[in-house]
Design a binder for this molecule. Structure first.
Ligand code: ATP
Ligand code: MG
Length: 374
């Protein structure tokens, strides 16, 4: 069976280092490994509109930002198909049919949806209206639309962060249900989480929730050298590590979490040869006698080393915006053909392809016979 990747991001802001370690870096590696037959990368504007109905212009403006981030991080349009979700109307059609295969109760149990309802301040009960908006129906159903996105491309592999686990599970259920009710035309996808656990849900610079565009606790791929430095120097560390001599805590210390996500032994050789590895550095911090500023400076060097080439490529791409839109236009055309093929298989399986020549002939014959005896 062909190995196919589908994944994407919501154009609600520029991409940050959480996206990078959670999914983007892996996609680029997989793309360059040549192990996959097809790679589809989707800018999920329609999904972003489900909880940004009051700010559609934000979604619109960020499409180009996400595309620039993709290409500057190393996604190559000659090897991966980059496209815009809303341009593939077949996805909406699939969503509508899949809605019949999922219950409201099942959606209500989805832990990511529950969390995001809280995060976005939607009222869960009947207290909606006065102070808080209710839950948009489209938002509530977005796990179903994600199932349409994934299955339209017959994706076998979905590289994402941990928050996407319930979505992939929902997709798998829809696939099983569809295939058993109708015919086995859909493919059950596998989630591909980062091997490194800290990358599955990178916390924000405030050390609290996951880094998220909507929370403003991000280091963006497009941040300038100075912005990155400022954010790193202002980061949350260990509140109990007051004096340099105090023993420090590494767990829950975001500076160390980021080092876990980004740093490799080569970085020590290059920027801090007094230590051979992150384990040595952590041991020293735990013993006490190692100041936060030194570690932040090291983290800054590590991040700058990773982000500088991305920043450079972005500057080049920004000079040719028409080219970036052309990439998206072409990619959307290619994606649409694939989704249309799947939709036609789905309709055939559902037997709602009434006007296909063979179906029409047999339907006509069947109905004519029924009425001919009158
Ligand atoms: P929004 O707040 O609009 O939902 P977001 O920052 O959560 O934005 P998404 O577009 O929802 O970003 O997520 C895109 C991809 O990035 C998903 O695969 C998701 O799992 C991954 N991802 C997002 N944030 C993180 C994070 N902090 N750590 C690891 N992966 C992440
Ligand atoms: Mg999200």
């Amino acid at each position: 069976m062909a190995r196919i990747i589908l994944t994407g991001d919501r154009p609600t802001g520029r991409l940050h280092i959480g996206h990078y370690v959670g999914s983007l870096r892996r996609r680029v590696e997989l793309q360059n490994s040549g192990e996959f037959d097809k790679i589809y990368i989707m800018i999920a504007d329609a999904q972003a509109l489900t909880d940004n109905a009051d700010n559609p212009e934000k979604v619109r403006q960020n499409i180009i930002e996400v595309a620039l981030d993709y290409m500057s991080a190393g996604l190559d349009p000659s090897r991966s198909t980059l496209f815009i979700q809303s341009q593939i109307s077949e996805l909406t059609e699939l969503t509508f049919y899949y809605m019949d295969l999922v219950t409201v109760q099942r959606l209500q149990r989805n832990p990511t949806v529950k969390q995001e309802i809280l995060l976005r301040g939607f009222a869960e009960n009947n207290d909606a209206g006065e102070n808080r908006p209710g839950i948009p129906v489209g938002f509530f159903c977005y796990p179903i639309s994600q199932a349409a996105d994934i299955t339209a491309f017959k994706a076998t592999t979905v590289p994402v962060g941990e928050d996407q686990e319930p979505m992939i599970e929902q997709t798998r259920e829809i696939v099983r249900k569809f295939n058993s009710v109708y015919a086995p035309v859909l493919v059950e996808p596998e989630i591909l989480l980062p091997d490194n656990c800290v990358c599955r849900r990178l916390p924000g610079t405030d050390g609290k929730a996951k880094m998220s565009k909507s929370l403003g606790n991000c280091i963006y791929l497009a941040d300038s050298e100075e912005e990155v430095r400022k954010k790193v120097m202002g980061m949350y560390t260990d509140p109990l590590h007051v004096q340099v001599s105090d023993p420090g805590h590494v767990e829950g210390n975001t500076v160390f979490t980021y080092l876990d996500a980004f740093c490799h032994p080569g970085h020590f050789a290059e920027f801090w040869p007094e230590y051979a590895s992150l384990d040595e550095l952590k041991d020293h911090y735990r013993r006490g006698g190692l100041g936060d500023v030194k570690i932040k400076k090291f983290l800054n060097s590590v991040l700058q080393a990773e982000l500088a080439p991305i920043r450079e490529r972005r500057k080049e791409l920004e000079k040719d915006i028409p080219y970036v839109y052309e990439v998206l236009r072409k990619g959307s055309g290619q994606a649409r053909e694939v989704a249309a093929q799947t939709l036609s298989e789905v309709k055939r399986a559902m037997r709602i392809n009434y006007f296909d020549a063979d179906v029409l002939a047999s339907l006509t014959a069947e109905q004519s016979e029924k009425y001919s005896g009158r």
